[in-house]
Write a protein that binds this ligand. Sequence first.
Ligand code: TXA
Ligand code: MG
Length: 321
Amino acid sequence: MARSGDIGKAADVLRAGGLVAVPTETVYGLGANAEDPAAVSRVFQVKGRPPTHPLIIHLGAAEQLGDWVADVPETALVLAEQFWPGPLTLVLRRGRRVPLEATGGLETVAVRVPAHPVALELLSAFGGGVAAPSANRFGSVSPTTADHVRAELGDAVDFVLDGGPCDVGVESTIVDATGDAPSILRPGGVTPEDLEAVLERPIAVGSKSHIRVPGQHPSHYAPRARVVLVEPAEIATAAQAAQEEGRQVGVFLPPSCASVPVKAHAVVAVPASMADYARGLYGFLRELDERGCDLIVASLPAEEGLGAAIANRLRRAAGPR
Ligand code: TXA
Ligand code: MG
């Protein structure tokens, strides 16, 4: 865990143009001073991410929002007041303070206030905005512990702030709040139901938004092992068939199948609670890679609550490579 003095050191690294791995409640971020184009460019280099894929700017308090965006529509204000600090990212019109390097050239910018005490302490000590994507190589599984970051990025990151394991475990929900009718660009830690309760109307997921969303490749959040999705009732037979063909099969066994005997190389018992599942998801994928699996057989949870974000990540982990 972070020791006394670490926050000051991390803030100095950011001021000097370096990169800091920052714990957030969702996943670890690879942070740079958002106003330093050279530092922001290094984030893309280290991740191996195309420069057109925009980053999220992390702020220490909702009151700072107006400094970073061109205008704050009423709906955005309501959502910020309700969900910040927390796993919600708002896409708004870019303010002049935001360099185009951070937005991948877009005239919109993604902003959030994370709900992690270490991240908030760092943002307060640093004072500015921290541009941070998830701290993984492009296309792979996001890190939810400091060890995941060290294993994946090693010396490429100047300082790793250890804030313990992430509580939410999947990334923030991204909402296009540029217009009157907000829409969900990426499901995440704030559920569609939570948003609808506050907005008092249904919220569209995906396609309805008119804004461009780079960085939404079909394959993403992917472990080394191939991922296949089947119906829960087919998991045991699918796993056994692949295992008999000589594959090293890892299984995500849903709670409804907990008593079904499964022949596989490794089995992860999927937690019944969606919050526990989200928290564990990326660690489970990493664990099955580490145990030498070359195929992971899983099924989608019901797409309500956090299940929407989990299903989104599993579909993309299973996407064409
Ligand atoms: O929970 C999270 O959101 C984590 C933590 C570190 O905060 N961050 C994260 O960042 O997931 P990243 O870079 O892995 O995903 C950010 C996504 C991009 O892939 C892109 O699709 C979207 O946010 N995005 C960023 N700026 C945008 C913009 N101006 N318009 C539309 N989408 C944008
Ligand atoms: Mg990411």
